[in-house]
Design a protein around this ligand. Structure first.
Ligand code: SF4
Length: 372
């Protein structure tokens, strides 16, 4: 574990000194020019956690859990921490995209760490947005400490639209609209529509890692969030921080092991990522595995592909035929397999006393199953 002195040096090296450099440049001193806007750091493995009144951790898979564990190891005041989770299927009990147990898993995880959890979602989820036909997108629903709020769309500033096709694989969030519609926009509006963030410093944490892709390798580790208005009338200071941005996958599993957190179910089944079960980036082997063990999901997706006359695959092959081109995983973790189809999460969050922590089958895998 890092000592406070080590963390302080890290903070000086990565935050204080670069900030001084930026200021000296602004004052005309002869230093290497910094192209970064103020408050933006390519590397910031530690930040002054005590300077934030609220710390939000966006939860999904192992990297977000590693982010939460990093906060604990860096000595964050956990009474300021809250977990957020964007439900990609909305409040549907018969989701098209997410794992059946995911809401319940998030609740159990939050309970195990004694932290508040707030769900937020696009009404109707990805499926509802996908079925939009000459109509407006649904409202966003946000859980807050004071109850649930419904955020209607401003119809004076948008026009009705039609999707009637799955999001398509693309770096553009307009084409791959699921990430923006079901997650990013929801998170932004959840901040901008709660007065508790005004006049406060908030740290917004997500779990991206540079090693995941070349685009993520270029991310800044600390920067003002898109909804930051620190200098404006609202004095809403929101920093976006990616604490595990420089972690290798080995370091992610190591921190999970140190804290004895059981790997989430998808990794135990062989998935290398824990995002949507029926992600548009799923490889043929993942579709083969879905079609073998969760055939109803595959059939529903293929049914929509037929209805839209447009497949997820750019090769115009539906997910049933795509799955037929590769062998399915042989799932031997029967406990995880049984859990995968149940809505209530019943497995432990922490490795039980007397048992050794297990690296899951999906660790270090390379089958595509999530956006990077
Ligand atoms: S995990 Fe896949 S399907 Fe789900 S929002 Fe991300 S890119 Fe879209």
């Amino acid at each position: 574990m890092k000592t406070n002195a080590t963390l302080a040096h890290h903070h000086d090296d990565t935050v204080i000194i670069p900030a001084l450099g930026q200021q000296l440049c602004l004052l005309g001193f002869d230093m290497e020019p910094q192209a970064m806007p103020m408050g933006t750091y390519f590397n910031a493995p530690t930040v002054d956690l005590d300077s934030y009144s609220r710390i939000i951790v966006c939860m999904s898979g192992k990297d977000s859990i590693a982010s939460l564990l990093t906060l604990i190891e860096q000595g964050a005041d956990m009474s300021r921490v809250e977990l957020w989770h964007h439900r990609v299927d909305g409040a549907s009990e018969d989701g098209l995209m997410d794992w059946a147990f995911n809401d319940s898993y998030m609740e159990q995880l939050a309970k195990a760490f004694n932290l508040p959890l707030y769900f937020s979602w696009l009404q109707g989820g990805i499926e509802g947005e996908m079925l939009k036909e000459n109509s407006y997108s649904q409202p966003h629903i946000v859980e807050t400490p004071n109850g649930i709020i419904t955020l209607e769309r401003d119809k004076s500033r948008t026009s009705p639209g039609t999707r009637r096709r799955f999001p398509q694989q693309s770096a553009s969030l307009t084409t791959r609209w699921c990430s923006s519609a079901a997650k990013i926009d929801v998170g932004r509006r959840a901040i901008t529509n709660q007065e508790r963030f005004l006049g406060q410093r908030t740290l917004f944490i997500t779990g991206e890692r540079r090693a995941e892709s070349s685009s993520r390798s270029k991310y800044n580790q600390l920067e003002p969030h898109a909804v930051d208005r620190r200098s404006g009338r609202l004095a809403r200071h929101v920093d976006s921080w990616r604490p595990v941005l420089n972690f290798s996958e080995t370091e992610v599993w190591e921190i999970m092991e140190r804290h004895r957190v059981v790997a989430p179910v998808p990794y135990r089944l062989g998935w290398s990522r824990s995002s949507c079960q029926t992600c548009i980036y799923n490889s043929p082997a993942i579709w083969a595995t879905i079609n073998k063990y969760f055939p109803e999901r595959g059939r529903r997706i293929a049914g929509y592909e037929k209805e839209f006359n447009c497949t997820i695959s750019r090769k115009l092959i539906n997910v049933i035929d795509l799955g037929a081109t590769a062998p399915a995983f042989e799932i031997d973790d029967l406990e995880a397999l049984q859990q995968a189809s149940q809505r209530n999460y019943v497995l432990p969050i922490f490795t039980p006393e007397g048992q050794s922590w297990q690296l899951p089958k999906g660790a270090f895998g390379s089958e595509g199953c999530g956006s990077v």
